[in-house]
Design a protein around this ligand. Structure first.
Ligand SMILES: [Fe+2]
Ligand SMILES: [Fe+2]
Length: 218
């Protein structure tokens, strides 16, 4: 568990609010959940900051309207808040999770959906569907009953999430190269080459070691 100095917490939330620019993060319940997640597993919040930034570019590349891009960025920032209910020992584990641990991990999109549902249903639906575009998909119950643009936004968050996970260092692996990341995601066939390229090129321009959140790229 990370120790947070008193002065860091409000600063983190101020930055997060500016970064994603909106009411979802200003909601006291969400700010509280994010603070707790920062203490529970700081790397998840750092990862989420990068996913939000990558998703901004991917959603623009998709041609979503400004309003929908904004909601996609918010969902990118909040997509993993359900990990608050996954023990840190599991999130930090170097090896493969046991079946029991895996069942807990698979709950995190449902938890995100439940946390956000009453605050912003679209952000909840996007966040709760970020693991639907992969070989073993999982989401919250009823996740398929949404407007088509929600699925586009989910795809933007999902490709950003997968690219960041592959190109970042984790306890159990070194960062993957842009070439390997591109090749593997194209082989999986869930995202178009254009979206994969957009996500990989934004992630390539981010420093591996950086303060939260990453500066906005132009
Ligand atoms: Fe996730
Ligand atoms: Fe994630």
């Amino acid at each position: 568990m990370s120790l947070l100095k008193d002065t860091e917490q409000p600063n983190l939330l101020d930055i997060a609010n500016n970064f994603t620019g909106g009411a979802v993060l200003l909601h006291p319940q969400i700010n509280n959940t994010l603070s707790n997640l920062y203490i529970h597993h700081t790397d998840t919040v750092r990862h989420s900051g990068r996913v939000a930034q990558i998703a901004l570019f991917v959603a623009q590349e998709m041609g979503l309207s400004n309003e929908k891009v904004d909601l996609t960025v918010k969902a990118g920032f909040l997509h993993d808040i359900g990990k608050l209910e996954v023990p840190t020992t599991i999130l930090e584990k170097d090896g493969k999770p046991t079946d029991e641990e895996w069942e807990l991990i698979k709950q995190h999109p449902s938890t995100a959906f439940r946390t956000l549902e009453s605050i912003h249903p679209d952000v909840a639906a996007i966040s709760g569907g970020h693991h639907m575009f992969q070989r073993s998909p999982y989401a919250y119950p009823g996740a398929e009953r949404v407007a088509p643009w929600i699925n586009d936004a989910r795809r933007a968050v999902a490709v950003s999430d997968q690219v960041d996970a592959l190109m970042s260092k984790r306890g159990y692996k070194d960062p993957w190269s842009p070439e390997k990341t591109r090749a593997v995601l194209q082989g999986d066939g869930f995202f178009s080459p254009g979206l994969i390229d957009a996500a990989v090129s934004v992630r390539s321009r981010m420093n591996q070691v950086q303060v939260f959140p990453p500066p906005l790229l132009h």
